[in-house]
Design a protein around this ligand. Structure first.
Ligand code: NAD
Length: 468
């Protein structure tokens, strides 16, 4: 069993509460990690040491901060096998997939190590010798609150961008993956001065205590409900809230595409990581001209995905996913594949395909964090666009089309941060995301995250009378 610990001021500890949480393995329900629950006093101590360490870290040369990130990336790379084993045991992702996403995290750290030192200000020329300088400064202390579904890659993005720009960080990993978060911090912190990176643990209340503490920015990746309560806490303290939250991403299958290829894209988008991805395909609008062939191909695809995916993170999530599927069937959707809870241990759920779905079904309207592909048939691209846009979320959307004008309409008209044309995943490595509506606020990832992690100081510079 893994024993996760807090990390405050460079020291590991169990905290003052004496309370612990036990994480169970989603593959068989066995206990896998014991983690202490940080108290308000532990969290305050972590924030205080981060505040004390902030001036020196802010004054450290960007190239030296970048070198620390590269050294941390080397350490994570060397320990990737061990870290993938912990991640697989805590959140159920097959080990190969876990290694892949740790590789993505390492890449992100290296990317911020390269971008940090080149993150520069601007100048504006005024009258005569007058000039306005805009220089980026770190915000100060950043609270980083992360989810379980991609625990290393997500944390590496926020930690990398915050640290390379000279902020100090208090990280609270998800209560579902505390040993993964703890091991990641143990690999990074030897390369930093004490106090620059601290780790506290616990569930929602610990996250809320950190979000309401004396920090300068709260960066949260997680559910919309938690993000909203963090935004309210930040409104009280004056901290900036940076939120990358849930989604209900649509996939539009246009009349002119190969339905077999479209089914492969839909299955990948809906089933990989057992559907537990913020930008998973959550609802599908298929044009009537191809809907029959598309559904047949998607049903056949689903049958090939059963052995490729791990369990859901726990049975509570499985119950929620299954209830959404059952409610859809009760309300008239047809179950084309899956949809039954298997016998046996763990929190497995099969790749599931539904057809004849309506937009007011929870499986279409809400985020379904499971391997479910609900399909609605539409009569026109216009109808697909309108129905795709009608959502409380605004994370991402995909359109599969051969028509450039349809692709253009999608990126101009869909009220989402990211529009993907002809690929459910991908894009430039290190690309930014800018969610809207219930999906969050501020840039996540990309060079733009460096702007979010900094404040701009403006200097108006003029020569004294008679010149310098
Ligand atoms: P969650 O919001 O329940 O938990 C995430 C983190 O927030 C955890 O560390 C948790 O302890 C903490 N937390 C929970 N309630 C809190 C509160 N009231 N105040 C402060 N902190 C709180 O989310 P989850 O279930 O771990 O993760 C799944 C969700 O994350 C999904 O909705 C998914 O779409 C989203 N997600 C979004 C992105 C993105 O980039 N947009 C990426 C990954 C996951």
């Amino acid at each position: 069993m893994f024993e996760a610990t807090q990390l405050i001021d460079g020291h590991q500890s169990n905290g003052a509460s004496g309370r612990t949480l036990t994480v169970t393995d989603p593959r068989d329900g066995s206990p896998v990690t014991r983690v202490p629950v940080s108290t308000a006093a532990d969290i305050e101590a972590a924030v205080r040491t981060a505040r004390e360490a902030a001036p020196e870290w802010a004054a450290t040369a960007p190239a030296a901060r970048a070198a620390a990130l590269h050294a941390a990336a080397d350490a994570i790379e060397a320990a990737a096998g061990e870290l993938a084993g912990i991640m697989a045991a805590e959140m159920g992702k097959p080990v190969d997939g876990a290694r892949e996403s740790i590789g993505a995290g390492v890449g992100t750290l290296r990317q911020y190590a390269e971008l940090g030192p080149t993150h520069r200000g601007r100048t504006l020329a005024g009258d005569g010798a007058a000039i306005d300088l805009m220089a980026f400064r770190p915000r100060g202390v950043v609270a980083v609150i992360t989810p379980w579904n991609d625990p290393v890659a997500v944390a590496c993005g926020l930690l990398g961008a915050a640290l390379v720009t000279g902020n100090t960080v208090v990280h609270k990993p998800s209560e579902r993956t505390p040993a993964t978060g703890g091991r990641l911090a143990a690999l990074i912190h030897p390369h930093l001065p004490p106090g620059v990176l601290s780790v506290v643990h616990g569930d929602g209340p610990a996250g809320a205590a950190l979000a309401g503490s004396a920090v300068d920015l709260v960066a949260h990746v997680g559910s919309t409900a938690a993000g909203r309560s963090i935004a309210a806490a930040c409104a009280r303290t004056g901290a900036k809230a940076l939120l990358e939250n849930g989604g209900s991403d649509p996939l539009i299958v246009d009349a002119d595409v190969d339905p077999g290829w479209a089914a492969g894209q839909a299955a990948l988008g809906a089933f990989v990581n057992s559907g537990q991805i913020c930008v998973a395909v959550e609802r599908i609008y298929a044009h009537r001209d191809v809907a029959g062939a598309f559904l047949d191909a998607l049903t056949a695809e689903a049958a090939t995905w059963g052995d490729r995916i791990g369990p859901l993170v726990d049975r509570r999530l499985r119950d929620t996913v299954h209830e959404q599927v059952r409610a859809a069937v009760r309300d008239g959707a047809a179950l084309r594949h899956g949809g039954e809870i298997p016998d046996g241990p763990g929190a497995y759920y099969p790749p599931t395909v539904l057809s004849g779905c309506a937009d007011d079904m929870a499986v279409m309207r809400e985020e379904t964090f499971g391997p479910v592909a609900p399909v609605a048939t539409v009569d026109s691209f216009e109808e697909a666009l309108g129905r795709a846009a009608d959502s409380p979320y605004g994370l991402a959307a995909t359109v599969l089309t051969r028509s450039m004008s349809h692709a253009q309409r999608a990126w101009r008209e869909l009220p989402v941060g990211t529009v993907k044309v002809n690929a459910v995943f991908g894009g430039a490595p290190g690309g930014a995301a800018h969610p809207r509506r219930g999906s969050g606020q501020g840039f996540g990832y990309g060079p733009e995250l460096l702007d979010e992690m900094t404040v701009t100081g403006v200097v108006h510079l003029e020569a004294p009378p008679g010149g310098w």
